[in-house]
Write a protein that binds this ligand. Sequence first.
Ligand code: TYD
Ligand code: MG
Length: 459
Amino acid sequence: MAAKTKTVYVCRECGAESPKWMGRCNQCGEWNTFTEEQVVVSSKSSFAAGGADAPTSSVNIKPMVLSDVVVGEVQRSSTANAELDRVLGGGIVPGALILIGGEPGIGKSTLVLQVALTLPDKRVLYISGEESAQQIKIRAERISMAKMDNCLVVSDTNIDHIHQHIKAANPDIVVIDSIQTVETERVDSLPGSVSQIRECTGILMRIAKEQHLPIILIGHINKDGQLAGPKVLEHMVDVVLQFEGDRNHMYRILRGIKNRFGSTNEIGIFEMLGDGLREVSNPSEMLLSEWDEQLSGVAIAAAMEGARPFLIEIQALASSAAYGTPQRSATGFDGRRLNMLLAVLEKRAGFKLATKDVFLNVAGGIRVVDTAVDLAVAASILSSNTDITINPGICLAGEIGLSGEIRPVTRIEQRISEAAKLGFKHIVIPKFSRLDVSKYDIEVHQVSRLDQAFRLLFQ
Ligand code: TYD
Ligand code: MG
């Protein structure tokens, strides 16, 4: 049977296919996501989709009663990188397909190569479709502690070649940099397209599962902050980690988005240095290094990222708007939440901010999603607006509600302990009825309304 090509339109978000172009995907509801792709319908039907040449032996497997299923101990192998181990839930599981996403230039290749070069007693096959073996060597030479004897590198993009390289090298772990460059002849569209990514990931998934071989895929993120390629890529893999940070700062956060073998509550923190990435085991140092002078517009938040407490500096600048419409801009914090907090300050606490430009910045180029930083955000804005400094021995944790109430936050004990450990004298927190504050070496102030908090800070 001769190969036929057909044109299909594929949604970049969810991977839905349609014979004609549509403005809005009727599966996921996103607008303008359909792209045209040529698909070869060949006699060699798709391997990943379970076509004609896919094995049919699976009929021998019978369903089992769940209580009879025997589970061996999951063998996790440590990566010798404490921050990566933490995000993975303790190490790499055999047969896991791990996707590490991030913006171009953020340091994905550096992170994975560094892990490959410092893994104890493991043979790593590093397949790059983006760089030549020479370029990888140059990068490896920058990384201190690198041991180059256990790492095989090859520059290739064809999935069948990659399969053969894996068979021939018989590695303990495989790295593909990046999944967007891998292609297969079975699909007649460009590398990086939805069908290519889906087909190639499917093949890699089979290799990982059949050979109990962990495979790390690197993936790019598009300008909207989404992993480029279809959502199906995220559905197919076992673990999705996102590497993020501000390229002008040196701190990077590795965040768990999905993990079939552990929690997604964990984050790993790194610092990009001239000789590779350094693990940051005490995240509050991000704050303390920049914290020497007393300035107005600065407040310290006792924040949590995942399961880790850390103290972070929030900086605000409120100044009279030069033009009619005031500007509001937030770096490292949700802009819509900033607008909400400004409205609450205006309406519930009587501060005249409607004619002010407000700029907000989280120190260290870190993005915080914890709502407990609300109180520090509001305090920094008022500190800047009134030009009164906040006592540097005070830190804050509290979520602000729409009526100006301070709402409870998670893991308050951990936040208090962290603040005490770092030498803070006071912490302002929401009211908790069952909290034993006498055990901490820090003065704990419990407040239930915004005005109580401000009286404490600015009296
Ligand atoms: P890279 O890992 O290539 O990013 P990605 O794979 O995500 O596109 O590297 C990003 C940047 O890191 C690059 O601009 C150079 C810098 N870098 C360091 O600062 N220190 C180092 O040791 C290395 C290897 C790179
Ligand atoms: Mg790269």
